[in-house]
Design a protein around this ligand. Structure first.
Ligand code: PSU
Ligand code: MN
Length: 311
């Protein structure tokens, strides 16, 4: 039987030609999500950050593969026009990995969460992705059951996620417990403390840390060798202390945002975008600037790791 083509009618997704060429030649590629573009940041900052993240990956020597559904087509690697479309179209669905099939049937536009991006990256053979902070166990999950599919996707797809830890709007200790149950390694970059998303330090200790892209590449090789079905890993890269949101401001505004969330009765997919928007409003944009900087730092590191993983 002939090998499946890298894209085409039999597969649900299409590779951008630059991404296809890089993968075929064994050059470094970094997958990027678009939920942060369509739902995590307000316009016009969302498109700026989407572009800057791609540029940061390129500047570090890798090819960006931003994923999303544009006018009914699932894409791995977007043109500038496609990225702009997702940032400006308005009615863009938030797609987790389970939504990819239904979205293909319905068509339209969709932004990919970490979970969906991991599914697409794994399908294409991309081994590293960058995001801001991963989804996880929501506060009050014992009642609501709201746990992001990002966690199971990390278990399932053999991709390294570079993130500034877990989004601080979540129940961070419970999220770490769940990652342990799922068998997903959590490794600090340059620190044994878990990154705190918009703030430098979550205050939670980790078991492992690494200090360079070369060390991460060695870790990836060991991870693949050590287990029969290795799944993904979380590399927690803290935002620089100089770029973080003031921790006291963070804690105060987050507490208020969580009260508003409860009062408004917002649940499910809408919870994360609501909380991020509340933080941005209450900090006069300072949370957004910290978010931008941490995402860029993660993109740069992910690209350096993808380079080291290929050499
Ligand atoms: N990190 C950010 N902004 C975001 C997200 C992460 O800085 O918008 C998105 C990611 O796409 C992540 C999703 O996968 O939020 C998690 O959403 P939920 O909690 O609904 O699973
Ligand atoms: Mn959820």
């Amino acid at each position: 039987m002939p090998a499946a083509p890298p894209h085409g009618p039999r597969l649900g997704w299409r590779l951008h030609p630059e991404v296809a060429a890089a993968l075929a030649a064994g050059r470094p590629v970094v997958a990027l999500e678009t939920a942060i573009v369509a739902h995590g940041l307000p316009p016009p900052h969302n498109l700026e950050v989407g572009r800057e993240v791609e540029a940061a990956v390129r500047a570090a020597g890798a090819v960006p593969a931003t994923t999303g559904m544009v006018q009914g087509v699932l894409r791995i690697g977007l043109t500038a026009a496609q990225l702009r479309h997702l940032a400006t179209a308005g009615d863009v669905a938030k797609l987790s990995d389970r939504d990819l099939g239904p979205a293909l049937v319905r068509g339209g536009d969709g932004a990919t969460t970490v979970a969906a991006t991991l599914a697409l990256a794994a399908a294409a053979g991309i081994r590293v992705m960058a995001t801001g902070g991963i989804g996880g166990v929501h506060r009050g999950a014992a009642r609501s059951g709201d746990v992001s599919a990002d966690l199971l996707a990390l278990r399932r797809y053999p991709v390294l996620v570079v993130a500034a830890g877990v989004k601080s709007v979540l129940d961070v200790p419970a999220t770490l417990e769940r990652l342990e149950t799922l068998g997903v390694p959590v490794i600090g970059y340059g620190t044994r403390r878990l990154a705190g998303f918009l703030v430098h330090d979550s205050g939670i200790d980790l078991d492992w840390s690494v200090a360079s892209p070369a060390e991460v590449a060695a870790l990836l090789r060991a991870h693949r060798r050590a287990r029969p079905d290795p799944g993904g890993l979380l590399l927690a890269n803290p935002v620089d202390a100089a770029d973080q949101l003031d921790p006291a401001l963070h804690d105060r505004t987050l507490a208020a945002a969580l009260r508003r969330l409860a009062r408004a009765g917002i649940r499910g997919k809408a919870a994360t975008p609501f909380l991020l928007a509340e933080l941005e409003r209450a900090t006069a944009g300072a949370s957004r600037e910290a978010n931008r900087r941490l995402v860029l730092g993660n993109a740069r590191l992910a690209a350096a790791i993808a380079v080291a993983d290929r050499t």
